[in-house]
Design a protein around this ligand. Structure first.
Ligand code: ADP
Length: 479
């Protein structure tokens, strides 16, 4: 029996009220570990400890905060192989992607170490004589962070780092499918000398541990990334508790291929955007909207490259696409493959693969001849499946691109300045990509969507200050 990996509460490692198994989706015989499930009391204790610790952290000053964030970044870099291997083992993305994600997490901590030194305010003259006005940013207090399994270190990093940089304390609830990476991050944060209670980790199911965090009276703000139904539930609970809330949810991201696109660029951007990380990215291109005059050449070349993708164990050096994360997700993906055929698409790929280890392997799928109103073009699948919709001109392409409840990332491949300009202006999404994949973003600029994809202020870059701080306006009359 392996040792139980524990929660981190008030600066100590806590047992919890139960245990959950963490298994490798590339190889179900590989039991990664047993992880403690926090009890509702553990969550309450974590939030109380965070509230207590935040009072000193709020006034610790920018140098102390910057130094801690730098030490965390160094800790991640030092343990890069260990973190990335854990990430690939429990989430299933290939090791190269897991290493890139781990590096990204360190970069995010470094970025916010700098931001901790640049928390600026405004000094403005009053409209009244003799009065000076100062507007400053203050921390909120305890923030609850609830994260999904698909970026098990990058998403916790881009929530934890700004929360700490701006003087908040944190209770992190990672996804139940990927507790291992979050526990390693907690270990790194503890080893970096984080003051007791400033960072806490509570693991376990969303419905018990997550819900307890959402409802805890010490928590002043909630940042969530995950599915739409959970986001909606959290927003309702947050409203009842008058908590600030930030939600990043689904996508049904379009990639438009115009008739003048560079075919190589278009195929490469679509292959990457639709299938890398097994299509398990909220910014994945799940709708390829292709001009009729380039459609057949694009589909032929993309199909050839998709069929050649090597699906395999996340840790095997020649794998290009790892497994689907879980049995439930695989069953859902396979049901969408059947649905695509039932809705009238020509399906290429998409079948479950039996490999030498028992895992959730699936061949990437293209749904050809799709139409915008089909369910496979409207519902987020969150797997290696992309619909191809043929259109006859730019206006139709734009109309289809916008024909969705979501609005996270939208791409266009074209050599026309006019198409690119029009698309950037008229597409309904928080992020627009011209000749680059819809997935894959920088960390020092805002991230987020429009319509049903996001709610509340943007994440990442300097935009994060909007969520993690509150402004205070003071008026001074010198007499
Ligand atoms: P996914 O489909 O990606 O698993 P979820 O929205 O179910 O998306 O999960 C995202 C995160 O939200 C996870 O950490 C999960 O445990 C948590 N979660 C799920 N349900 C709730 C809930 N009712 N309250 C709070 N957190 C929840």
């Amino acid at each position: 029996m392996s040792r139980i990996q524990r929660n981190f509460v008030a600066g100590a490692w806590w047992e919890g009220a139960g245990v959950m198994e963490n298994r490798n989706p590339s190889d179900l015989d590989d039991l990664i570990g047993l992880y403690a499930i926090a009890s509702p009391e553990d969550v309450a204790d974590a939030c109380a400890a965070a509230a207590e610790a935040q009072r000193a952290w709020a006034v610790a000053g920018p140098q102390v905060r910057a130094d801690l964030l730098h030490r965390i970044a160094r800790g991640i870099a030092k343990r890069e192989t260990e973190v990335a291997t854990m990430l690939a083992r429990e989430e299933g993305k290939i090791l190269a992607e897991a290493i890139a994600e781990t590096r990204r997490a360190a970069q995010v901590f470094r970025f916010y170490a700098g931001e901790a030194l640049r928390v600026a305010g405004d000094a403005i003259a009053s409209v009244r004589q003799g009065i000076d006005i100062e507007v400053v940013r203050e921390p909120l207090g305890v923030v609850g962070l609830i994260t999904p399994w698909n970026f098990p270190i990058a998403i916790p990093a881009w929530k934890v780092a700004p929360a700490l940089a701006y003087g908040n304390s944190v209770v992190l609830k990672p996804a139940e499918l990927t507790p291992g990476t979050a526990r390693l991050l907690a270990r790194i944060i503890a080893d970096a000398g984080c003051p007791v209670g400033v960072f806490n980790l509570v693991m376990g199911p969303g419905t018990s541990v997550g819900a307890a965090l959402v409802d805890d009276p010490h928590v002043k703000a909630l940042s969530f990334t995950g599915s739409v139904p959970t986001g909606r539930r959290i927003a309702q609970s947050a409203a009842a508790g008058m908590k600030r809330v930030q939600l990043e949810m689904g996508g049904k991201n379009p990639m438009v291929i115009m008739e003048d696109a560079d075919l190589e660029v278009a195929v490469s951007a679509s292959l990457n955007g639709s299938f890398f990380s097994t299509g398990q990215r909220c910014t994945a291109s799940s709708r390829l909207i292709v001009h009729a005059s380039i459609h057949d050449a694009f589909v032929d070349e993309l199909s050839r490259q998709v069929a050649a993708l090597k699906v395999g164990h996340a840790l095997a050096p020649d794998s290009q696409i790892g497994p689907v994360v879980s049995a439930e997700q695989l069953a859902s993906n396979l049901a969408y493959v059947d649905l695509a055929a039932a809705e009238g698409c020509e399906v290429r790929g998409g079948e479950r693969l039996a490999l030498s280890t028992q895992g959730f392997f699936q061949r990437p799928a293209l749904f050809l001849g799709a139409r915008s109103e089909m369910r496979v073009c409207q519902e987020e699948i969150f797997g290696p499946c992309a619909s191809v919709i043929k259109v006859s001109d730019f206006d139709e392409a734009l109309h289809v691109a916008n024909d969705t409840a979501f609005g996270l990332s939208a791409g266009i491949c074209t050599r026309s300045l006019r198409y690119a300009r029009e698309f950037r202006r008229r597409v309904q999404s928080g992020m627009v990509m011209v000749n680059v994949p819809t997935a894959g973003v920088d960390y020092h600029v805002p991230f987020g969507g429009s319509k049903g994809s996001s709610f509340g202020p943007r994440e990442q870059g300097r935009a994060a200050a909007e969520f993690y701080t509150s402004s205070k306006t003071s008026y001074v009359f010198a007499g």
